[in-house]
Design a protein around this ligand. Structure first.
Ligand code: ZN
Length: 98
């Protein structure tokens, strides 16, 4: 009965858990948008129980324009976006997860 979750959902759930652990509320995370390939997903707060739902936005293509001044932050994990104190820690952040 277990359907394998989409990788994008796993990444988002991992990101949410880390933010919650670091003290943020589900309400403050609501409306965060995620881009995974050509998928755009958004966190929506379920007002009934305060949980976050991942809603996939019905779009065909995602184009991200980076401004020249948006330098890649070296110590940010490219997988989940968490900041780390060292570049090495950022590289290793999601490297060993399934
Ligand atoms: Zn990570």
């Amino acid at each position: 009965m277990t359907t394998k979750k989409m990788e994008s959902e796993q990444l988002i759930e991992r990101w949410v858990v880390r933010r919650i652990v670091s003290g943020e509320s589900t309400a403050s995370l609501a409306n965060t948008a995620f881009v995974y390939g050509n998928d755009l997903m958004r966190l929506v707060l379920d007002r009934a129980d305060g949980s976050l739902q991942i809603m996939k936005e019905p779009i065909d293509e995602v184009v991200v324009f980076r401004k020249p001044e948006d330098r890649d932050e070296e110590n940010v994990c490219r997988c989940c976006g968490m900041e780390h104190s060292t570049f090495k820690a950022a590289l290793e952040c999601c490297a060993y997860l399934d």
